[in-house]
Design a protein around this ligand. Structure first.
Ligand SMILES: *[C@@H]1O[C@H](CO)[C@@H](O)[C@H](O)[C@H]1NC(C)=O
Length: 337
């Protein structure tokens, strides 16, 4: 425009320049300012997303629009024609947003967001528009959800003094870091690590094997700004008790084994014995039957009854004693030498 300014047109040109400059300076004079840093809040808390016009000018007569630039410019809060107009607002923000109308007079269009949720995390834009100018500022908002205090479970132990620990915690956002620490604060590496994501945030579960000498073990779950910790103290008594019971148990097992063997042997012997008895009885019975059929006992009786007492004198020195077939006398036979 300047090159058009010939001497004769100087006055008009000057006027145009002044007017355009004034218009330019008026629209550039105001600026919508957001926070210097990312805004941070903990789930459940209330937060203020800062936004204001600099230099300070009342925005009461202007349109103030808060929206999520990362969610297809969905409306978070709208102030227009001197009132809040939130019929088009995202459902999840219903009843949770507030513009302080008194602060609007001071050019402060900060948005108060109540009971922050993990889903509120994202990029917001504060857009302010008057009849003559408009401007916006970006607000990055991150949410941290502090989960449940970690729970340490003793998952088992063995005779070598090893202790199997498990630490669990849920409801964290973003994904937390879980670490095990010994009594000196030295980090111990987890054996297994599991992480799950659901609508409540992240849940974590890690396992660790320690020895009975590591008496104090900490399980720490942390985020950038928050940390929860649980301590487990192991007593060697536990192991002693366990060992004693293990020894007792072994002794009982061994003794029971012996007893079982003894009982088995006894039963076996008894069975053998009764078998032998039965066999004896059977044999006796058979023998009886046999004897009865052969008349042998009678022969014996005959022999027994035929025995006689005999006293032999000197003359019978070389004599033979002959038993008569049917008598009871002993006959001295001199015919024999
Ligand atoms: C803007 O208003 C909010 C309340 O909505 C307040 O907390 C904040 O301090 C105000 N900012 C300034 C710069 O006054």
């Amino acid at each position: 425009m300047r090159h058009l300014c010939h001497t004769e047109m100087k006055f008009i040109c000057l006027t145009v320049l002044i007017i355009s400059g004034a218009t330019d300076s008026r629209s550039e004079q105001y600026e919508v300012v957001g926070p210097a840093d990312t805004v941070f809040a903990v789930a459940g808390e209330d937060v203020i997303l800062p936004c204001s016009v600099k230099p300070s000018i009342s925005v009461v007569d202007m349109r103030v629009e808060w929206f999520r630039s990362d969610l297809k410019n969905s409306l978070v809060h709208l102030y227009e024609d001197h009132d809040d107009r939130n019929t088009e607002q995202i459902q999840s923000y219903r009843e949770r947003t507030k513009l302080n109308h008194q602060e609007l007079q001071r050019g402060n269009a900060s948005l108060k967001l109540s009971s922050v949720r993990v889903s509120d995390e994202g990029r917001y834009k504060c857009f302010i528009q008057s009849k003559s100018w408009s401007g916006d500022a970006t607000v990055d908002f991150i949410v941290e959800a502090v989960g449940s205090p970690p729970v340490i479970t003793v998952d088992g132990f063995d005779d070598t003094g090893r202790l199997y620990l498990q630490c669990e915690s849920e409801g964290w956002y973003p994904e937390p870091v879980l670490e095990w620490l010994d009594s000196e604060g030295v980090r111990l590496s987890s054996e297994t690590a599991e992480t799950h994501r659901n609508e409540d945030g992240f849940s974590v579960k890690h396992t660790l094997t320690v020895y009975e000498r590591d008496s104090k073990i900490h399980c720490r779950v942390k985020l950038k700004h928050h940390m929860l910790e649980t301590l487990i103290i192991t007593s060697s008594n536990m192991f002693h008790l366990w060992r004693t019971s293990a020894i007792l148990f072994s002794v009982i097992v061994v003794l029971s084994g012996f007893a079982a063997v003894l009982i088995a042997v006894f039963i076996h012997k008894y069975r053998e014995h009764s078998q032998l008895q039965t066999e004896n009885r059977r044999i006796k019975h058979e023998l009886d039957e046999l004897l009865q059929s052969q008349k042998i006992p009678k022969v014996i009786t005959h022999l027994e009854t035929d025995m006689v007492n005999a006293t032999l004198g000197e003359d019978s020195a070389n004599a033979c004693l002959i038993e008569p077939e049917h008598g009871k006398e002993v006959i001295y036979d001199k015919t024999e030498p």
